[in-house]
Design a protein around this ligand. Sequence first.
Ligand code: ADP
Length: 370
Amino acid sequence: MAHLLFKDVNKVYPNGYHAVHDFNMEINDGEFICLVGDSGCGKSTTLRMIAGLEDITSGEFYIDGKLANQMTSRERGIAMVFQSYALYPHLTVYENLAFGLTLEGIDADIIEEKVQATAKILGLTEYLERFPRNLSGGQCQRVAVGRALIRKVNIFLMDEPLSNLDAKQRVTMRSEIKQIHRSVGATTIYVTHDQTEAMTMSDRIVVMKSGGYVQQIGTPYELYFHPKNLFVAGFIGEPPMNFLKGKVVKGKFVNDAGMSFDLKPVVNDVKSIEGKDVVFAFRPEAIKLANGGKAGKDEYLIESNVDLTELLGDTTNVYANVGDVNVILKVNPHDAPKMGDKFVFCVPYKAAYIYDKETEEAIPSDIARQ
Ligand code: ADP
């Protein structure tokens, strides 16, 4: 296990591109951290700086209290799993697993013991004599994880390890990787562009935005219930949060669609946002049906027109418009409206988020979200 500390870590590539800006974070022993964000936001660059595959342009990076900027990859005690499994095609699973240990000149007896133990953890025992071409994508990824696992390391780095797998295999491998993490306990940093992977696997998530800017660091719960800006609000959650633009007039959210919502219950200091352009946000799954077309206690009422519905089985996605803004709503299939219907729904106060349109930051609110 290892404790990691980043102080104002920056990466500027030789061509002058500033790929990571002021990365600051402390990672505790044994934590599972996901770096998540759209393609090109600097996730792999950050991971490669941790691995020692890229120089850190400025700032400090510590492993267990020791400055690691200049350490070699080997000195850092890391193992890395890549998106392309990077298996040797001409070697069997056994030989692929044993490869690193053989290079280090470790005794054949010990290698045998370690390969068998690793294969057992990963369910690969019966495939040890096979070549990679005779394995499924999921099995190849397990061998790649096994190669990292077999070396006794303190830090596991994974760069989109599941992106070559189909949807079903991804779900299986997600829980396998979590279980391996639980049994091995190595500090793990996992890069993905998939917010569901990040939400389901992480102890904490780092949300990054293009240009290499960290937006928020927090537990999946914190990011889902307390997104601190519009970017995180829109990134975490599937389908994404709905955003309605408007203005604060006399303490109310008003807009062209005729809404007029008292904001006092949902922000701490409504006076401080008087006259501001704001965004009223709510999650598709947080809405309630309007009983008799009316808002209940502590709810806002919204009228929409239904464009399209999608039955998923356990739930129906309703694509609707509010004024000229498209929204997505999740409803029980038995309550789902039809295409072309008028659909009136409620947003409970506790599920309403107000953002400053200009700064994109959340307006402070102490409302209990549960
Ligand atoms: P992500 O992993 O989030 O998709 P990367 O860390 O790979 O993003 O890349 C971040 C940004 O840095 C991208 O805009 C990419 O084009 C740029 N970049 C990556 N490698 C280099 C390089 N060697 N030289 C210049 N720019 C690079």
